[in-house]
Design a protein around this ligand. Structure first.
Ligand SMILES: NC(=O)c1ccc[n+]([C@@H]2O[C@H](COP(=O)([O-])OP(=O)(O)OC[C@H]3O[C@@H](n4cnc5c(N)ncnc54)[C@H](OP(=O)(O)O)[C@@H]3O)[C@@H](O)[C@H]2O)c1
Length: 247
């Protein structure tokens, strides 16, 4: 029996990268998993197949977190399929390279609408599905919020917002026994980050990392299980850095 047997989990942006690893880990721990995706149905179907092959339960549901109607449809589907929700992992995110002289209103709106507005609206839409015994919301932030690397002001700003939202909603939802925490990874090799975490940039990051490597999605996923499980029943409003010690 896994640590999450009987629980229902939604992982946004789980067709690839960190979200896919989290979905597989939660499935292996016994949760019924909703593998959410925006455009990569094939990727999401592969994640569902991997969970089912391992003896777990999962479904893929599409939609953009940048569109409130599609968020509402996602949680209506979750209600219809599983009747409740115990774990929400807000992982969907984008991280374009944006030196300030290339920043446009459109870029700001696009990145904030996915990384911040989508996260807030997903939490709002999920709340009626949590049982009276509560549950766990896990936001995937980033050490970008404190590392403040240049040419990433828009992205770094979104992850600073995620830190603040996590601390605020932990206080707001504590009375409902809904815990809200963030995992803030350092650089992780994924489909989306491959070009950012190679070459001289990667060498400089590794040189500053006590554990001296770039991270893998599988470094992040077990920490989600910990925060989702009763092992973390007394933890809320925390930001856990998963970065090999990079600060
Ligand atoms: N990789 C890193 O170094 C790193 C470090 C710290 C934090 N993070 C954070 O970790 C999260 C995942 O990063 P990753 O590197 O795994 O990214 P990735 O490989 O680019 O995957 C991104 C995922 O988000 C989904 N997504 C994108 N736009 C979406 C939208 N509008 N609505 C719903 N889903 C959407 C994608 O879905 P489709 O493929 O279906 O379009 C995909 O499943 C992000 O929040 C990121 O900021 C990453």
């Amino acid at each position: 029996m896994g640590k999450l047997t009987g629980k229902v989990a939604v992982v946004t942006g789980a067709s690839k990268g960190i979200g896919a690893a989290i979905a597989k880990e939660l499935g292996a721990q016994g949760a019924s998993v909703v593998v959410h995706y925006a455009s990569s149905k094939e990727g999401a179907d592969r994640v569902v197949a991997a969970i089912v092959e391992g003896g777990g339960t999962a479904v893929a549901i599409g939609g953009s977190v940048a569109k409130s109607a599609e968020i509402n449809t996602l949680f209506a589907e979750v209600k219809k399929t599983y009747g409740k929700l115990d774990i929400l992992v807000n992982n969907a995110g984008v991280y374009p390279f944006t030196p300030i002289d290339q920043v446009t209103e459109e870029v700001i709106q696009q990145v904030f609408s996915i990384n911040v507005t989508g996260l807030l609206l997903a939490i709002k839409a999920s709340l009626p599905l949590f049982p009276s015994t509560g549950g766990s919301i896990i936001n995937i932030g980033s050490i970008a919020s404190v590392l403040a690397s240049p040419s990433m002001s828009v992205y770094n700003g979104t992850k600073g917002a995620v830190d603040s939202i996590t601390r605020t909603l932990a206080k707001e939802l504590g009375s409902r026994d809904i815990r809200v925490n963030s995992i803030n990874p350092g650089p992780i090799v994924t489909e989306g980050s491959a070009s950012l975490v190679e070459g001289d940039f990667a060498k400089a990051l590794i040189a500053q990392t006590p554990l001296a490597r770039i991270g893998k999605p599988e470094d992040v996923a077990p920490i989600v299980t910990m925060l989702a499980s009763d092992d973390a029943q007394w933890i809320t409003g925390d930001l856990i850095q998963v970065s090999g010690g990079l600060r």
